[in-house]
Design a protein around this ligand. Sequence first.
Ligand code: PLP
Length: 404
Amino acid sequence: MRQSRLSDHNDTSSSLGDFSVTIRMMIPGPVEAEDNVLAAIGSQTQPHYGAQWVELHSKTTSHLKRLFNTQHDVLLMPGAGTLAIESALTSLVPRGNSIVVLNNGFFGNRTAQMIEACGIHTLQVKAPWGQPFDPDDVRSQLKEMLPQAEADGHAAVAMAIIHHETSTGMLNSLPEMTAIAKEFGLAVIVDAVASLGGVPMKMDEWNIDVCVSVANKCIGAPPGIAVIGVSPHAWELIEANPSKHGWYLDLRTWHWHMQNWGDWHPTPSTISSNNVAALLTALENIESKGFEKHFESIEWAADCLREGMAELGFHLFPDPAHAAPIISAMKRRPDINSADFRDYLLQVHNLMIAGGLGELKADVIRVGHMGRAKEPEYIEALLEATRAYLDEMDLPYSIYPKSR
Ligand SMILES: *Cc1c(COP(=O)(O)O)cnc(C)c1O
């Protein structure tokens, strides 16, 4: 039996039991927040309306506009990224029309499922998991698909793109793909859930119409708030959308409150002041360091971890030229069981990394470089724990000496 570090803490008197033990998270979100962010979320709850609130709310959206690189609207919606994506899809696109989904991973698949579940058709352009889209291939597929969809009575209105496909660690090229969408007259909806705050985003320059993210991945705050950037073109489409998929998720509702209640009650319903205060603090941390330096610290963590893990026989899963620095998705060494390895890291070293998603479940391990996980102590701890695991299993450090 492995000696579990978690059990050392069982004498806690808190009713949280084991939950009170902090797991060191090196997963693709949520992330461990900085101390001042945790202090902010622990401060007394404030009303979600009134002059003081409007100031805090608008400070937060101002920071986000700089992070999105947009001159236009950014709104805060309580909930997970998935909720905000559903809100974007259904607000923009009428029932019965189509959305083109660029699908090269688990979240591409999920977006297609969500679209279908909302009564909208999907037109899927696929690339193998971990591989980039070939622009010429996307163009030629659209040339066939779009007229056919129109002839069938469900014309395509938008393209959905996953920026950082977290299942494979791939960063899809937004400038290339959004340019293609615009050539074909499609609005662009981007899932930037796992990229905003991790790599540069240029929402206006890249012609993105709706861009969705969350507080709890690269921005480094606890979960609870989704953030949505909306272009003027998107507002036109949203206001003209004849379908109503509901009231709360309809961005028209949020737009109306921004415009008519913005000076005292900017959201239609309660939003956690605690979560917004934490989000604001995390954004201030990033800006006080500087965007460049912040992005560089993520790249540095990814480089160190990848170099160290390559020496131990773990190599990147995605095409390295298209790998996001935000997580490292690595192929399992063929001589280890990835579930056993992850269990060892958690039980013995209190370190949590992620396995693969979907078809990659057993064959890929994923390490996040967001939040505190990008700090040198975390990287060193994971490399040391990996060496210790190989020692315990009596395996050599490298199975591919010198070369890949
Ligand atoms: C995490 C993630 C999501 C889901 O976000 P939730 O907040 O868990 O709903 C969606 N897309 C991508 C690319 C993600 O990494």
